[in-house]
Structures are given as C-alpha cells and as structure tokens.
Ligand binder design. Structure first.
Ligand SMILES: C=CC1=C(C)c2cc3[nH]c(cc4nc(cc5[nH]c(cc1n2)c(C)c5CCC(=O)O)C(CCC(=O)O)=C4C)c(C)c3C=C
Ligand code: FE2
Ligand code: FE2
Length: 368
C-alpha cells in the first residue's frame, strides 16, 4: 500500500501557481436522512466539535444521535434546499467564482481558486488535488469564517493538514486566522444592513446572532466569543447604534452542556414578551446562508418571537454574493498573498487601499 497520494504529472517548464483554498464547513449531498447520516457522522466524530471521551461519545453518537437526528435534520434541510443544491454549497461556489474573477483583475501572476469542505463534498482532498493539478506550489487557506473558533477554523485547518500528511510534494501553506474586525468585512455588513433599512425602515432593535459553541471552549482559551463581540461592536459603531439599539446572542445550541449566552431562543422569547414592535436579525458569522440562518433564524426564530407577542420580524440575509463582500474577500486575500503574487497597482486599487487604510486605522483606534 502506498503511504502517499499519487502526484500530478509535472513537466519542466510548467508554470507554477499560487492557490487560494476557500474552506467551509460542508453540507449533506441531499436533504434526505440517507445523505444526512454520513455527513453528521463525519462532522460529529471530529474532536474539534465534540470533546466528550471517544468510547462514551461513540455510543451516544451511533446509538442515539444517528438514530434520530438524520431524519429530523433532513426535514429541515428540505425546507431550504435550492434547485441547484444546498444553499451553503451554492453560495460558496458562487463566491469562489466571483473571487476568481475579482482577483483576476488585480493579480498579474498565475493563480487558482478552489473550494474545499471540512465535512462532505467537495472534500478538502478534492480541492487540494485540483490545486496541485494546476501546479500550485503555494496555497493560501481562506476559511469562510470571519471569527476564529477551534470548532470551525481549526477543524478546517486540520482537514487541510490531514491531506498534507498524505502528500509527498507539499505546497507551502499560509492561512488566514480571522478577519472579524477587518474594515472591509465590517463595511460589507454595514452596507447590507443600511440597504435593508433603506427599503424597510429601521427596527426597534438589531439582533446580531452568532453560532454558539460550548462555554467550556471559551474558558479553555478559544477566542471565538471575544471575536464575535468585537464584530458586533464594530458593526454597531459603523451603523451609529446606541447600546440599547442592538444586542448580541448565540444560536444553534447542540447537546446538554452550557453554551455561550445569551441564547438566541430565550432572547427572542424575552423580546416577544416585551411586545417589541420590530426586530431585524443578522448573522454576521455566516458568510453565506445555510440551514442555520434560513431555517433556524428566518423561520424558527420568527415563530419564537411572534408566538411570544412580538411584532414584525426581519431576517437580513448573509453576505452571500454581495459585491461589497466579494471586494472584502479580495482585499483580505491580497493582504495575505503579499510576496507570493504580483499585483496590478491600478488607480482604483490604490484608492480602495487608501480607503481601506483609513477604515483600518479607525477600527484599530477603537478599543479592542
Ligand atoms: C459559524 C461557524 C460555526 C461554528 C463555530 C460551529 C460550531 C458547532 N456546530 C455544531 C453542530 C452543528 N452545526 C451544524 C450546522 C452548521 N454549523 C455551521 C457553522 C458553525 N458551526 C454551519 C454553517 C452549519 C450549516 C451547514 C449547512 O449544511 O447548511 C449541524 C448540522 C445541522 C443539524 O443537524 O442541525 C450541527 C449538528 C457544534 C456541536 C459546534 C461547536 C462545538
Ligand atoms: Fe454548527
Ligand atoms: Fe469574551
């Protein structure tokens, strides 16, 4: 048995490239219990996601969770599934195509962009195979998670390193850890909220909902909680919101452990009971819409709020293919590709760079 994966054919003179590997969580191949089972098994077997001792967890996962959850989750996925597939995958593929186009206007040297998932398809292996087939000898890993969490960002990096363990001719690797306070990301969020308000008017409160993680991750040193709060504060500052005009909550609790608080569900219940006239909910930690935003926030969240007496409920879509977001992705990638690519320094980019430097100085000037 070979220890290492076969290498693509290389001829002297073939042009070497830089690869940008967009990394995301992954999603089932279909909204069915059969497709959910292997996806959930892979996802929930990751020790980055569930840290319970393996023997005990093997029993809980195989005898309880995988017996019940695939069917329940499949019903939820079926409600949000698009003609082209899972929203998470459809948006991530479009983001990859757009980023390729935007970077193509800025980078003079050869490069490639591919998408890889931590769980399910397209696998990290297939993405790295595609980059290697295009002769990428340097790879920038760009996780589509603005806030670093061990359960998302680090698990994506683990997936990359697992492939590299089986790779004879390894590319050089750089990775983007977090961009939760990047001015271009904050500006993209702010412009999407402003656009929603331009059309629909302003709510009584803006609720910023982030995916939760177990509280023990925070107390063990995961910076995710602080990075979510910083994103929330910078977004509120960009929108000139006072403290009573917004709040931050954490969604998607899984299992019995305590997770980051306040929980979104109880927050929505309280806002409903307080007869809040209108709330808008945004999920700044999700670069694209997915099950957690379209079903849990846009549908379930609305039901919780309104069945407790709340008024109007608006879900503000994720950044998806917003132009400002693709510009932000381009800026973040270019900042991290310095020295690896030659850049077309056109007037537009210099102007954008100046704007970016000004915004960054403002963001860094704000308290950490
Ligand atoms: C934004 C980053 C994410 C973090 C951090 C995260 C942590 C985390 N998630 C689970 C359990 C589940 N998450 C599920 C779906 C899901 N999670 C994220 C993102 C983060 N998760 C996304 C984008 C999605 C949606 C995927 C899609 O296909 O649309 C699911 C599966 C769905 C379900 O059956 O409910 C589970 C399970 C844990 C335990 C955790 C941290 C420890
Ligand atoms: Fe999750
Ligand atoms: Fe914190």
């Amino acid at each position: 048995m070979a220890y290492y994966n076969p290498e693509p054919k290389y001829e002297h003179g073939d042009q070497l490239k830089v690869g940008i590997l967009l990394a995301n969580l992954g999603t089932p191949d279909a909204p069915t219990a059969q497709a959910l089972r292997p996806y959930l098994r892979q996802f929930l077997s990751d020790t980055r996601v569930v840290e319970i001792p393996r023997a005990l967890w093997w029993f809980i996962l195989n005898c309880i969770i995988l017996a019940i959850r695939p069917k329940k989750s499949a019903e939820k996925y079926a409600q949000i599934w698009l003609k082209e597939g899972s929203p998470l995958l459809v948006h991530a593929q479009k983001q990859a195509t757009l980023l390729r186009g935007f970077l193509g206007q800025k980078i003079k040297s050869p490069f490639a962009v591919e998408l890889g998932m931590s769980y399910g398809n397209p696998s990290m292996q297939s993405a790295i195979d595609k980059l290697k087939a295009q002769h990428c000898d340097r790879v920038l890993v760009f996780p589509l998670y603005p806030q670093y969490a061990a359960s998302s960002t680090a698990s994506a990096m683990d997936a990359v390193f697992r492939v590299l363990l089986k790779t004879r001719n390894q590319p050089a690797i750089r990775s983007i850890r977090n961009y939760n306070d990047h001015p271009a990301y904050i500006a993209a969020l702010a412009s999407s909220v402003r656009e929603h308000w331009r059309i629909n008017g302003k709510p009584s409160k803006l609720v910023m909902s982030f995916h939760g993680v177990p509280k023990v991750h925070l107390t063990s040193g995961d910076p995710y909680h602080c990075q979510c709060h910083k994103t929330g504060r910078l977004l509120a500052e960009a929108l000139e919101l006072s403290k009573d005009e917004y709040l931050i909550a954490f969604q998607s609790r899984f299992g019995k452990q305590e997770w980051l608080k306040p929980y979104l569900a109880s927050t929505l219940e309280d806002l409903g009971k307080a007869k809040t006239k209108r709330i808008d909910v945004i999920c700044p930690g999700f670069s694209s819409d997915c099950l957690e935003t379209l079903e849990e926030i846009a549908m379930e969240g609305k039901h919780i709020f309104q069945s407790n007496g709340g008024g109007e409920y608006h879900y503000i879509p994720a950044l998806n293919e917003n132009e400002a977001w693709i510009h932000a992705m381009t800026a973040i990638a270019l900042e991290n590709l310095q020295g690896w690519v030659s850049i077309e320094w056109d007037y537009d980019l210099v102007n954008k760079g100046n704007e970016m430097t000004k915004l960054r100085a403002q963001a860094l000037g704000a308290k950490q």
